[in-house]
Design a binder for this molecule. Structure first.
Ligand code: B12
Ligand code: SF4
Ligand code: SF4
Length: 248
């Protein structure tokens, strides 16, 4: 087993559902502020880790019946805390073997993170970007969250995905309650030489649609946002039909 395979097996045992490796050269087109070497100049590779959503917690969220299962187990607490714990363990695994490693959190408070995890999933060969702006993996579709570990280790890179599974069905745009995903306005650019076309997302509209503010739920919660209960409706994620993993 190669060192990279060993690291991936360790990550899987720690709770990762997907693990991919991006050589730092694939961030050549990233704005300087979002480049991994700004955070850790010694970065040679970025390990991207995903944990899938439980499909069961998406149901009451989508039906607007109860927000807590998704907010806890899909968003602010379990997913993000657990992802960060897996990243921490993977970073420890790498540092124990002599490689400087910095986990980059799954959760970020405020407007902009300084490492885009969607882009990291793409350059690490795990995903492509869908019209809804989310990273789509062949197995879980949009239904996972990501975390990353920057490392000085030279790991075996994963090939980037060539096929674009997004067929512009617009299920995401149709599901968005605030019209944040336009049907005809796009942003086109390249990620490591791979063309990308995504909707010109209105982040402000999405951000202003915090659950609890809209009063969409049968059970009302006060309009507060904390580390453990913070959320957006996620209907663009829940209603994208891509992915082969489908518990019924
Ligand atoms: C802040 C944030 C938001 C804000 C955005 C605010 C804002 N002003 O940007 C809002 C509230 C809108 C939001 C909403 C949602 N979010 Co959010 N969000 C984030 C967070 C924490 C940071 C994103 C960010 O600010 N990136 C920096 C900005 C500027 O980057 P960008 O727009 O992606 O990149 C641009 C450039 O900077 C540049 N670029 C940046 N990096 C790179 C790299 C390369 C190689 C290249 C070429 C270019 C490039 O190119 C882009 C185009 O110009 C990320 C976690 C993370 N660290 O990535 C999660 C994240 C993107 N969110 C996620 C999710 C799931 C959601 C929601 C579904 C809510 C929910 N229920 O969870 C919605 C979906 C909205 C949508 N359709 O996209 C997931 C996505 C998972 C997935 N499957 O893709 C992430 C990755 C969190 C995670 N840990 O998994 N989010
Ligand atoms: S719902 Fe349809 S248009 Fe939207 S990202 Fe998924 S496949 Fe693409
Ligand atoms: S999270 Fe909700 S409000 Fe934001 S873009 Fe997706 S569907 Fe629209």
């Amino acid at each position: 087993m190669s060192f990279t395979q060993e690291m991936k097996a360790f990550a899987a045992q720690a709770g990762a559902d997907l693990v991919g490796v991006a050589p730092v050269a694939r961030y050549a087109g990233a704005p300087e502020l979002f480049h991994p070497q700004r955070l850790l100049p010694q970065t040679k590779c970025v390990v991207c880790i995903a944990i899938r959503h439980l499909h069961g917690v998406l149901v009451p969220q989508n039906d607007r019946v109860e927000l807590y299962p998704y907010q806890m187990f899909g968003y602010g607490w379990l997913s993000n805390i657990r992802l960060n714990m897996v990243a921490f363990e993977v970073a420890r695994f790498l540092e124990d073997r002599g490689y400087l490693s910095c986990p980059y959190p799954s959760f970020h408070q405020g407007d902009n993170a300084r490492l885009s995890l969607r882009h990291t999933a793409v350059v690490a060969g795990l995903a492509t970007l869908g019209w809804n702006n989310l990273a789509i993996t062949p197995k879980y579709g949009t239904k996972q969250r990501f975390v990353a570990v920057l490392t000085s280790a030279e790991l075996e890179p994963d090939p980037m995905i060539e096929d674009d599974p997004c067929d512009r069905c617009m299920a995401c745009a149709n599901a968005c309650p605030v019209g944040a995903i336009p049907r005809d306005e796009e942003i086109a650019y390249e990620i490591a030489g791979h063309p990308v076309r995504v909707a010109k997302l209105d982040k402000k509209k999405c951000n202003d649609c915090h659950l609890g503010k809209g009063g969409w739920f049968e059970n009302q919660y006060p309009p507060f946002v904390t580390f453990t209960v913070a959320g957006h409706c996620g209907r663009c994620l829940i209603n994208c039909p891509k992915g082969t993993y489908a518990p019924a």
